[in-house]
Design a protein around this ligand. Structure first.
Ligand SMILES: Cc1ncc(COP(=O)(O)O)c(C=O)c1O
Length: 375
């Protein structure tokens, strides 16, 4: 971005690392401890399982945890193992663009289940209103028709910030069971919840569900560690797990010591920092929801999780790619909605993981760019 552009697209916050992470990484440097590690087989497995137990009451099997560099890699591996070339993968649309790109690149078809406004006439009130819904019957019909063998569940959802309820997750689990699908559950944003939203790990729905689910997550969103490329997959599906384990370890690469040390510190000692971060993000979300009123033709259903706002700009008359207009005219970088697949045109994703001064500057710039278009 040029120096006059405010980047508000890519999903990372403006916040520095949590002190526990800084301390852990400093400690490694002070000890000069950057050599080859001497780890048990999976260095993050116990910490991950402990965290799932204490935060969500889900008790994953330590022996089913595998490391990956990032979540898309894990998704791509599962698709390779559980869906033949030319086969189909079901997922909500719009969806996080790299998932769609990964399917395209590997020659699999994306079967989109539209996530649509619960009440198309209103942008929705504040505080976790169920702003987005999907039609499970329609999804099941599409799965039956296409023979989709993998279901991707991104929950909390990017780009809408929807946190799916236990009932919605159960309806997805039932479809997966009836059609013997492998479920990939991306729960990366699960620790950044607003208001009364509660996260239900997909695999916690029951033993049969856990046995067909690959849960993928990392500390990257909660603790803003995106550059460390360190993530985990809990491979509950025995068929996928044995195929995964037959692959040569080089296929996955090995984890780096800084990423592991930082993730362990974040998961074990970062919760006070994380709670404060969440309070701040909720305040920023509420501030943005209030200020969106200043943007004629832009609607926002308040996200229930994370720091991404899915701006519906179809009322502005800016066409399919409002992000391009905002980059050119407001010098604010958003992610174009069309990258998120069906239902994304006319939308843009705005990152509010910043402070109030910068957020206000973003909204002021967007408002000023729209003003000449009024009357
Ligand atoms: C829903 C979702 N999944 C996966 C990713 C990828 O995260 P990472 O590159 O840290 O693995 C992101 C990043 O924004 C995301 O929002």
């Amino acid at each position: 971005m040029g120096p006059d552009v405010i980047p508000a697209g890519i999903a990372e916050t403006d916040f520095g690392p949590c002190p526990a992470v800084t301390e852990a990484v400093h400690g490694m440097l002070e000890r000069g401890d950057l050599g080859y590690p001497d780890w048990p087989v999976e260095p993050l497995a116990e910490a991950f399982c402990g965290r799932m137990g204490s935060r969500h009451g889900w008790h994953p099997d330590v022996a089913h945890v595998r490391h990956v560099c990032d979540l898309i890699q894990a998704f791509q591996v599962v698709v390779e193992l559980a869906c033949p070339p030319g086969g189909a993968v079901a997922l909500h649309v719009p969806n996080y663009p790299p998932f769609l790109r990964s399917l395209h690149a590997t020659g699999r078809r994306a079967v989109g289940c539209p996530l649509v406004p619960a009440d198309p006439d209103r942008a929705g009130g504040s505080g976790g209103a169920r702003g987005w819904v999907f039609d499970a019957e329609r999804l099941e019909e599409a799965v039956a028709k296409t023979g989709a063998s993998v279901l991707l569940v991104v929950n909390p959802h990017n780009p809408t910030g929807r946190v799916l309820s236990r009932e919605e997750l159960t309806s997805l689990a039932e479809i997966a069971s009836r059609h013997d699908m492998v479920v990939v559950s991306d729960e990366l944003h699960a620790e950044l919840l607003h208001g009364s939203a509660r996260h239900v790990p997909f695999a916690s729905l029951g033993d049969e569900v856990a046995a067909r689910t690959v849960t993928i997550t990392s500390a990257t969103k909660s603790f803003n560690l995106g550059g460390l490329r360190t993530a985990v997959a809990h491979v509950g599906d025995a068929r996928v797990r044995s195929a995964w384990d037959r692959l040569p370890p080089e296929y996955f690469g090995s984890l780096n010591v800084v990423g592991v040390e930082a993730t362990l510190a974040a998961w074990r000692e970062g919760d006070t920092w994380l709670a404060a971060t969440c309070r701040h993000l909720t305040a920023m979300r509420d501030h943005l929801v209030a200020r969106v009123e200043a943007l004629p033709g832009v609607a926002l259903r308040p996200p229930e999780a994370t720091y991404l706002a899915w701006l519906d700009c179809r009322g502005t008359g800016l066409g399919d790619d409002p992000a391009r207009f905002f980059l050119e005219e407001a010098r604010v970088e958003l992610v174009p909605g069309s990258e998120f697949g069906a239902g994304g045109a006319g939308h843009a994703s705005l990152n509010f993981g910043t402070g109030v001064r910068i957020l206000d500057e973003i909204v002021d710039r967007l408002a000023a760019s729209l003003a000449p278009r009024q009357g």
